[in-house]
Design a binder for this molecule. Structure first.
Ligand code: CP
Ligand code: NVA
Length: 338
């Protein structure tokens, strides 16, 4: 019996260690199957609703391609295209969509919205990013770590996260580390540390799973001997543009650059980034913010380092597809026989 059948995924703490590891194992199998052109369509006649209140490239495309590969159909509901929360309550929208679809993906501004959606829908609800959590991203990141260190247990992997540790990626990485037992260091100024209660809960669980979680302001101490350094944008989607000034001031010493790499004392250290990244001036936001604040070499990561480590970063992006596919199958197929 598949224990994830009909289950929601609002955050990673919805899963036990075994359940999360099973999703990763299934993702590995599905990746191999796709590369060998041996896809078996397990989601035929399933319909999936994709609600996006914010922009997306990776998450939307991964849900769509995963569904298509598996024979399911999707409806993309972009920003402003439903009555959700304006002319129709979240509760009623959940009830309607549950009559038409077998599962609902939600990306939006308010985590409370997805909690209500899940409470009132009778089909699985998956979080494609809220201001608090980004669970599907972290499943892909764990798969990427596992692929790089085939012979290591998660509890032997040391990862530092540099940047805004209280954002959706920071929170989900904290939960991921606690469930699989990573050695995770959240490296940020105190103002950017995660919620204390979440931190304590995750630290306790991490210990049980042979991991360790620490917060530090000290970059040298935080990144020392790490296998991975993970970073994310300093201002997230939905945050006020005015935040840039304050965030740059707070985080400028936490940029992923060559001197930080030296501090790891590990020349083989790998870099992770959930993307999109502000590493150059080839985007309108990158151009205007980097110019406005006189930043010459990227924001959260220098262009040089981004280019050097792009193979891992884009593998991480590809892994969104395989892991989201595993999540869809786990929630929608009663018995999985491979
Ligand atoms: N990493 C990620 O969620 O990317 P998108 O915003 O493009 O979906
Ligand atoms: N923290 C970022 C993650 C993007 C995938 C954001 O919310 O914009």
């Amino acid at each position: 019996m598949n224990h994830l059948y009909q289950r929601d995924c609002l955050r990673l703490l919805d899963f036990t260690t075994e359940e999360l590891k099973n999703i990763i194992t299934l993702s590995e199998k599905l990746k191999k199957i796709k590369k060998n052109h041996q896809e078996i369509k397990l989601l035929k006649q399933k319909n999936i609703a994709l609600i996006f209140e914010k922009e997306s490239t990776r998450t939307r495309c991964s849900f769509e391609v995963a569904a298509f590969d598996q024979g399911a159909h999707v409806t993309y509901l972009g920003p402003g295209s439903t009555h959700l929360g304006t002319k129709e309550s979240i509760e009623d929208t959940a009830r309607v969509l549950s009559r038409l679809y077998h599962g609902i993906q939600y990306r939006g501004h308010n985590h409370r919205t997805i909690e209500i959606l899940a409470q009132y829908s009778t089909v699985p609800v998956w979080n494609g990013l809220t201001e608090k959590f980004h669970p599907t991203q972290l499943i892909a990141d764990l798969l990427t770590m596992k692929e790089i260190f085939l012979n290591k247990n998660f509890s032997d992997i040391k990862c530092a996260y540099v940047g805004d540790s209280r954002n959706n990626i920071g929170n989900s990485l904290l939960e991921a580390a606690s469930i699989v037992g990573l050695d995770l260091r959240l490296v940020s100024p105190k103002k950017c540390w995660p919620d204390k209660n979440l931190f304590i809960e995750c630290k306790k669980l991490a210990r049980k799973n042979k991991g360790n979680i620490t917060c530090t302001e000290d970059v040298k101490e935080g990144v020392k001997n790490t296998d991975f350094i993970y970073t994310d944008v300093w201002v997230s989607m939905g945050e006020d543009k005015k935040k840039w000034k304050e965030r740059i001031e707070l985080l400028k010493n936490y940029q992923l650059n060559d001197s930080m790499i030296e501090m790891t004392k590990n020349p083989k250290v790998k870099i992770l980034h959930c993307l999109p990244a502000l590493h150059d001036q080839k985007t309108s936001i990158g151009k205007s913010i980097l110019k406005e604040y006189g930043l010459k070499d990227g924001m959260e990561i220098t262009d040089n380092l981004f280019q050097k480590h792009q193979k891992t970063i884009f593998e991480q992006a590809e892994n969104r597809l395989h892991t989201i596919k595993a999540l869809l199958i786990s929630s929608l197929v009663k018995e999985i026989n491979f």
